[in-house]
Write a protein that binds this ligand. Sequence first.
Ligand SMILES: [Zn+2]
Length: 300
Amino acid sequence: MIRTTAALAILAALTTTPAAAQREQEAKVLCDGAPVQGGFLICTAAANAEPPLAMNGGTPEPIADTGFAFFPIERDATGTVEVRGHGLEPYVAEIEARDFNIQRIDGLPPSAVRARTPEEQAAVARGVALKDEAWTHRETGAWWLDGFRYPLAKDVRRSGVYGSQRILNGEPNSPHFGVDYAAATGDAILAPAAGIVVLADPDMYFEGGLVVIDHGAGVMGVFMHMSRIDVEKGEAVAAGAKIGEVGATGRATGAHLHWGVRVRGTYIDPELLMAFDPRDSATLFPAEGAAPDPGDLLPD
Ligand SMILES: [Zn+2]
């Protein structure tokens, strides 16, 4: 009798504890990632995938089929980041400030910028229209759940970092919204994560050979100055697939790969993406075997 009671108590403990833990998780917005300037959060509402989640009062993002949403953090964001969902305890974190590389150069002679010819103006306008169309694209997959890998077939020197900025004669230039790799013309560029190609053009005025991949929910990889493009608009690419080759096309001073990541209008730091593997997050994937599939369109 005593033995039976003890066995029942153990059984009760085994069955109610995980359920209670799950209930607790269901009532919260769960996020992990890099809550820093130029960073990001990947969030989920555990078992309840109905309510959309919103960051800092912005546009609510519906949770993808996988149960996750991706939020970018601006380079110059300060204060707290808060992700809310209806009826859920919000996720709140302080945004960590970063020291970006700022170069001030004064006493320069006034620059003599030549006006663009009508042909150049038309080329710029054509590029703007192509990009504006690409930015509206939204894939329902969430291939960023598999993390991001290095975008080149071989290791090369990094020649530019995210967020750096030059202030010339007191006039700030636009910050560098990506990472540059000093690769050589012809080096293979590999998709850092799976996705759908939403723009592939060999002759953009600024970017030269340009490929844009939607890695899901508007998380877009942007690859510039390519000498060769091996993918087409609408094509599904697997993580690690060759998308083209490094070059010096467009407004580039030499051969390099510029890799940017634009999330619904905000450029984030690709190096922070490479440093975070969502599959290793106990917050996002608390239990063994609980990992959802990021999308059924593509092979690994
Ligand atoms: Zn660059």
